[in-house]
Design a protein around this ligand. Structure first.
Ligand code: M6R
Length: 616
């Protein structure tokens, strides 16, 4: 949700800010703006409704806004429609304070009333304008400077915020403020950057500071000073980012999504390699980096997995695998629901929170709720140093690298791989699977990157299918057991980027109501990889065919008989049935992708969505 960048240094700020925003556009793209300052001159602000390219044109690539410090923003609207007035930066009445913001100020109406009573006027519908004017109010009321004004405002604001601020009285500095929304600070010689996410600054520096919750920072060229809520100076150690700058580029692909789909074999391999070790005569899963001990795993009585969107689908798949291989009862919860329940947790339980960004507001709240109950927590996270990674008791990092496309692909695949490793490990240490079975599963896991690669090589057929079915209005994805969980992901991929209505159903559930929606030509995509359930799912597909459904099957290469029933078949390599979701997802990702392209849509930036959902 919303991307923030900031720069203080010796170069032209506007160009650097625009470039940084282009790397954050996946966070929101309904309007954009810049505020830049040249020495002690006035702060110049430029805003546009629409994509960042319009701001680029309006500022001639930043040339019309000279200056060496500045802040920028790309917006995903929460309060107020996308418009130039509602676009950030927002400025206080006399131009003393200028600010950009990501998050939601929950008590903004109450604060706005207070400010109106004090004579402030408002030109936008945003909570951000209120926050900026609160800072202005405290700055003028107490006359103690930015530290005091920011700290007092933070105490008054409820909700979540990452903010970049500029004060007209302080021409050489910008300020970074954070509570529950991501914000990082990058430093190199003579230059300092702020950004909502690493890709915006990767090109310039890999030395990054993760500003803590309810903390803020003064940014000057090449230096940063951190403060706590009392305005006391605090020390934060920098972290070295390992991602390469190229990882955040399209690398010749038309879209980030396609690039990331193709990165899956590598990403899954890297993630597995980070978890599977070898000694002289055997392989084993090493979770020592996570701090999760064999003793803890042995003593587990239950696991609760909390996540949102595709990460929740990973949890659904993992539930089947963990319960079967380790015989630990698993519940899978939507984080947005879990956080408002009174879950029965405590000793003997483990709460696993899965999140690519590590910043998803509901997942973070679920983690905090689990921690409050004294339950041990594990974060399965991609972004190093993100809030979930910092707050979870244990962290299992996926090695997907930066994921830019809004629709997740490689992060999903690496999350699956990480949870499979956990399931196999748990099965072994709890004595549910023998040493021989353990080695078998380890072998099977390590075959996944090649299986994914093979599934990728069949994309032309899928492209053709998408072109032929471009006018499709509804699609159903069905499967049983792990195939059902894969269908959930396939269906989300279809709807989020191609805007085709789709639903995923447990194949046996379809005839309890939903089958009435199947009409002549409605594509019904069946996932059939579970040997014991193949015939049952096939029967459910045939029931759809009898009602006019157009059958698409995703199944393993040994099931050639399916050609007698399905209208279109996507064969995938055979793997152990526990791990098939890693492979069945590939044709479904490609289907969503090509359907979106065939319909002429913006694959990487689907309407109404943002990559990282940092508000409730
Ligand atoms: O960063 P997270 O993994 O916590 O994000 C969770 C969901 O927002 C995310 O998976 C979302 O559903 C994607 N758009 C799916 O492609």
């Amino acid at each position: 949700m919303c991307g923030i960048v900031g720069y203080a240094g010796g170069k032209d700020a506007a160009g650097i800010l625009l470039e940084g925003l282009s790397k954050l556009e996946y966070r929101g793209y309904d309007s954009a703006g810049l505020a830049v300052r040249d020495g002690s001159g006035p702060v110049s602000v430029c805003k546009t409704k629409g994509r960042l390219s319009r701001l680029y044109e309006k500022t001639e690539g930043g040339k019309t806004m000279p200056g060496h410090i500045g802040i920028g923003h790309t917006r995903w609207a929460t309060h107020g429609e996308p418009s130039e007035d509602n676009a950030h930066p927002h400025v206080s009445d006399d131009g003393l304070v200028t600010g950009v913001h990501n998050g939601i100020i929950e008590n903004y109406l109450e604060l706005k009333d207070k400010l109106i009573r004090k004579g402030y006027c408002f030109y936008s519908a945003t909570d951000t304008e209120v926050a900026v004017k609160m800072v202005d109010y405290y700055y003028k009321k107490y006359g103690l400077g930015p530290i005091d004004a920011i700290a007092k405002t933070m105490v008054r604001m409820r909700g979540s915020y990452a903010m970049g601020l500029m004060f007209s009285d302080y021409p050489d500095e910008i300020w970074a403020v954070r509570k529950d929304s991501p914000l990082i600070i990058g430093v190199k010689d003579g230059e300092t950057f702020i950004a909502s996410d690493v890709p915006a600054i990767l090109k310039y520096t890999k030395k990054v500071y993760y500003i803590g919750n309810l903390e803020f920072a003064r940014i000057r060229p090449g230096e940063v000073t951190f403060y706590d809520l009392n305005g006391e100076e605090i020390k934060i150690e920098p972290t070295e980012i390992t991602w390469s700058a190229d990882a955040a580029e399209k690398d010749g692909y038309e879209h980030f999504m396609m690039k990331e789909i193709h990165e899956q074999p590598r990403a899954v391999k890297d993630t597995l390699h980070s978890l599977i070790a070898k000694d002289s005569d055997r392989s084993f899963i090493d979770l020592s980096k996570t701090g999760l001990t064999d003793e803890t795993i042995r003593s587990l009585e239950g696991i609760t997995i909390c996540a949102c969107g595709s990460a929740w689908h990973v949890g659904m798949s993992a539930q089947y695998v963990i319960e079967d291989l380790a015989r630990i009862p698993v519940r899978v919860e939507l984080a947005s629901e879990f956080r408002y329940r009174k879950p029965i947790l405590g000793k003997g339980q483990l709460v696993i929170v899965i999140s690519q960004s590590g910043e998803t507001a509901d997942s973070l709240a679920a983690l905090r709720l689990a921690k409050e109950s004294g339950t041990e927590t594990l974060g399965v996270v991609n972004v190093v140093g993100s809030a979930i990674a910092r707050e979870a008791d244990h962290v299992l990092y996926t090695l997907a690298g930066p994921e830019i496309a809004v629709a997740t692909t490689k992060a999903y695949s690496t999350q699956l791989a990480a949870l499979y490793a956990l399931a196999v490990k748990a099965g072994h240490v709890r004595g549910v699977i023998s040493e021989e079975q353990y080695q078998y599963y380890l072998d099977e896991l390590q075959k996944l990157p090649d299986a994914i690669q093979t599934a990728l090589s069949r994309k032309e057929d899928i492209q053709r299918f998408a072109a032929e079915h471009v006018a499709t209005k509804d699609v159903f994805f069905i499967g049983r057991n792990i195939d059902y969980t894969s269908a959930l992901e396939g269906s989300l991929k279809m709807k989020e980027i191609s805007y085709v209505h789709s639903e995923a159903y447990a194949a046996g559930e379809l005839k309890h109501g939903t089958i009435s929606l199947v009409e002549d030509g409605t594509p019904v995509i069946g996932i059939l990889t579970q040997p014991d359930l193949y015939e049952k799912t096939l029967s459910n597909m045939v029931e759809c065919k009898a009602r006019g459904g157009y059958l698409v099957a995703v199944t393993t290469e040994d099931r050639q008989d399916i050609l007698n029933t399905a209208d279109f078949v996507l064969f995938i390599p055979k793997t152990d049935p526990h791990f098939t979701a890693s492979v069945t997802v590939v044709p479904q990702q490609l289907l969503g992708y090509y359907m979106s392209c065939s319909r002429g849509l913006d694959v990487d930036k689907p309407r109404n969505l943002a990559k990282s959902v940092t508000v409730e």
